[in-house]
Design a protein around this ligand. Structure first.
Ligand code: ADP
Ligand code: MG
Length: 683
């Protein structure tokens, strides 16, 4: 046997495998399994222990069992739809083998009369008789099938037998790759090699042994590779030398004097970190992370001032026009009068748009606000020096890198997100960026009071809402989407709108995903201007928009939402100085888990803490934003359970960054694991 030492085998197309024809290959491709490497992660979910065989009397109904029997009679009823049957017995009882769509000849061959035959499959009971339908394993030699057998979670059209065959073939041909980790790392996993670990992973007796060295090693490989790629991307971006921005802190100070509040310590700290980047000669690629209402906007705007004063342009992009407009209005208010600030809106007149485009090329505009439309091809800047992107959490590392490239060498990049996520996830998802975190919130803010109510108490809730409206306040009323076979249903929001309109005629408006963007903006603007009192909506109200006059949010069917999502929704109120309320409504009887979740929300207003708890309860895949973004992070690693591996990976990356170690030995690791395909030109 010649062992392969090259990873190319693993990246080969599945069609090179024996037993994989175009049909099987196509089925797997639809499941995004394209290469042998992809298929390796199709792991056994359970196994049937066929080594234990029972007597008929001991058979367990509903389970996969193996039993040795004597077939003694056939029944081949030549009537359509009636199955062929073989009656079998042992010294303790009887069992019938049932065959649909099998020929007599075949049945006679596999179950000859009066011979001892071992059969295996799921046992059922019908009219008080044991039955085995289409027995899977039939052998005259009972030792052959009395073995452990892996059950793979099946893909339509591919049988378990085929999976077992293909995977065994792969395992036999696994290349023996040179160890990419240094000894002090592989020691931690008892020096188990990559290919050995893969083989262990597929052993049925190892299912669920997450703490074993083979599993930990493979999980570490994934984490480490992600971090390494992140680190390389960051290094690459930093290598771009740029013109430093001139700095005069007086400009920032003047604006600060105009504000009616003082920056929090975290705002000061993060602003300083951004300032240092702008002043330096390497490109900024930074994420400003802070909970809803932590005051990121002002930090970003302050950062923009010295960029403009260095004669560079600034582009500020928000996910919606309304939010872009709010940022624009704030900038108009606080920026020096000699700054030329514009808003590029979908609604701007053609001539106005043309003027804006022209003035961007001429460097007549200093700061431009807008949606992602700012990054259309037809828009060019004369001297773009800073891109700020608000409320982004759906970009992957690839898109971010493209963004940074697009801005050109002199362009710094600042992203902002209000999605607090656990640290392990931050390292994974944003590891290519430098990170500034705002933890503390402005202390002027009163905490939002969070209450829970069952649906049958809706009249109390309405009374409460009425009282608040009489005080001049406004209310968000959120209904979840009802998802029926992927058709998203807005009926609950529509019904609630009708219901509430009875109590509050002409004071309620409705917003949901089917309403077009322009109409949506109109409704939100009316709500902002206090032209109506209650906004019933699905979850589409965007993060980030300031509705200072809204102080109550009612969230129906609250157990449909994750904790972080509830926290984000709750963050839509409590931005003004009034006391604000979040009312969580539930159908009835809450599970222990649900109660626990509500308690966490009531007790804490700290998005970071809530996201950690959310992850503990629901697993990391579900927490806000990631499921929707379709981001599949890892095959084995779990940010919740493998904290130690994340920390080890972080330590290793730091070590590699400081020693400047050659990373070419990680080439196979990156080639195999780096889905983003970003740094292939580096190694
Ligand atoms: P987010 O971090 O969610 O983007 P914003 O920047 O929209 O938060 O700020 C929310 C509100 O808090 C704004 O109305 C803003 O004027 C106000 N704010 C920001 N910083 C402070 C502060 N240090 N003290 C008091 N209020 C502040
Ligand atoms: Mg914001």
């Amino acid at each position: 046997m010649v062992y392969k030492t090259n990873y190319n085998y693993l990246l080969s197309d599945l069609s090179i495998l024996k037993g994989v024809g175009t049909k099987t290959a196509n089925i797997l491709k639809q499941k995004k399994i394209n290469t042998i490497f992809d298929l390796i992660w199709k792991m056994p979910k359970s196994f049937t222990d066929r080594s234990i065989s029972s007597k008929i009397i001991d058979l367990k109904i509903g389970e996969n069992q193996t039993v040795t029997v004597f077939p003694y009679k056939y029944s081949f009823p030549r009537v359509r739809n009636l199955p062929n049957r073989v009656f079998c017995k042992d010294d303790t009882g009887e069992i019938e083998c049932i065959f649909f769509n099998s020929y007599e000849g075949y049945i006679k061959k596999i179950l000859p009369l009066n011979k001892e035959i071992t059969i295996s499959g799921k046992i059922t009971l019908f009219r008080n008789k044991y039955q085995l339908t289409n027995p899977k394993y039939i052998s005259e030699d009972s030792s052959i099938i009395k073995t452990k057998h892996n059950n793979y979670s099946l893909t339509d059209g591919i049988s378990e037998k085929v999976y077992n065959k293909i995977i065994n073939q792969i395992l036999k041909n696994l290349p023996i790759l040179d160890e990419w980790h240094p000894t002090h790392v592989s020691n931690k996993f008892q020096n188990i090699r990559w290919n050995e670990a893969i083989i262990e992973l597929h052993k049925s007796e190892n299912i669920g042994l997450y703490k074993k060295n083979f599993y930990q090693r493979l999980a570490f490989d994934e984490i480490f590779c992600t971090f390494l790629v992140n680190s390389e991307v960051r290094k690459k971006i930093k290598k771009n030398k740029k013109d430093k921005k001139d700095f005069n802190y007086e400009f920032q100070k003047k604006i600060l004097e105009k504000l009616d509040f003082e920056l929090t310590n975290d705002q000061k700290k993060t602003l300083n970190e951004i300032n240092q980047d702008l002043k330096s000669s390497s490109k900024m690629f930074r994420l400003l992370q802070g909970d809803v209402g932590s005051g990121k906007t002002i930090v970003a705007l302050l950062a923009a001032i010295n960029v403009v004063n260095s004669n560079f342009q600034v582009a500020i992009m928000a996910p919606t026009e309304i939010l872009a407009r709010q940022h624009y209005m704030l900038a108009k208010k606080i920026f020096p009068k000699n700054f030329n600030i514009e808003l590029l809106s979908g609604k701007s007149e053609n001539q106005a748009k043309k003027d804006i485009l022209k003035n961007l090329i001429n460097n007549q505009i200093n700061v431009i606000f807008g949606t992602h439309a700012l990054f259309q091809k037809k828009i060019s800047f004369k001297k773009l020096g800073l891109i700020i992107i608000d409320e982004q959490h759906k970009f992957g590392v690839n898109q971010r890198k493209n963004l940074s490239d697009k801005g050109g060498n002199n362009c710094d990049v600042l992203l902002m997100t209000a999605t607090p996520i656990p640290r392990t996830l931050t390292m994974t998802i944003y590891g290519d960026m430098d990170l500034s975190i705002i933890k503390e919130k402005p202390n002027l803010r009163k905490p939002i009071k969070t209450l829970s109510k069952f649906d049958d108490k809706i009249e109390e809730v309405i009374k409460f809402v009425k009282k608040e409206i009489d005080l001049g306040n406004q209310v968000f009323w959120v209904c979840p989407l009802i998802e029926e076979s992927k058709k998203i249903d807005h009926s609950s929001a529509i019904k609630k709108f009708e219901y509430l309109s009875n109590f509050f005629p002409n004071q309620v408006a409705l917003l949901h995903g089917k309403i077009d963007v322009n109409e949506k903006e109109k409704i939100l603007n009316k709500f902002l201007k206090n032209e109506f009192k209650i906004l019933v909506s699905t979850t589409i109200i965007e993060v980030g928009i300031d509705f200072p006059n809204a102080n109550v949010i009612v969230i129906e069917n609250a157990n449909k939402f994750g904790l972080s999502q509830l926290h984000q929704l709750r963050g839509r109120v409590g931005r003004g100085s009034k006391e604000s309320f979040c009312i969580l409504m539930f159908k009835s009887n809450l599970s222990e888990n649900a109660k626990k979740r509500i308690r966490i929300l009531k007790d804490s207003n700290d998005g970071f803490k809530i996201s950690e708890e959310d992850m503990k309860i629901r697993g990391f895949g579900d927490i806000l934003g990631f499921k929707q973004s379709g981001l599949k992070l890892f095959k084995l690693a779990d940010p919740l359970h493998n904290l130690d591996l994340f920390e080890l990976a972080e330590k290793e990356i730091k070590r590699i960054e400081t020693t400047g170690e050659d990373i070419s030995k990680f080439k196979p690791l990156i080639k195999l694991y780096d889905k983003a395909d970003i740094i292939n030109d580096i190694v």
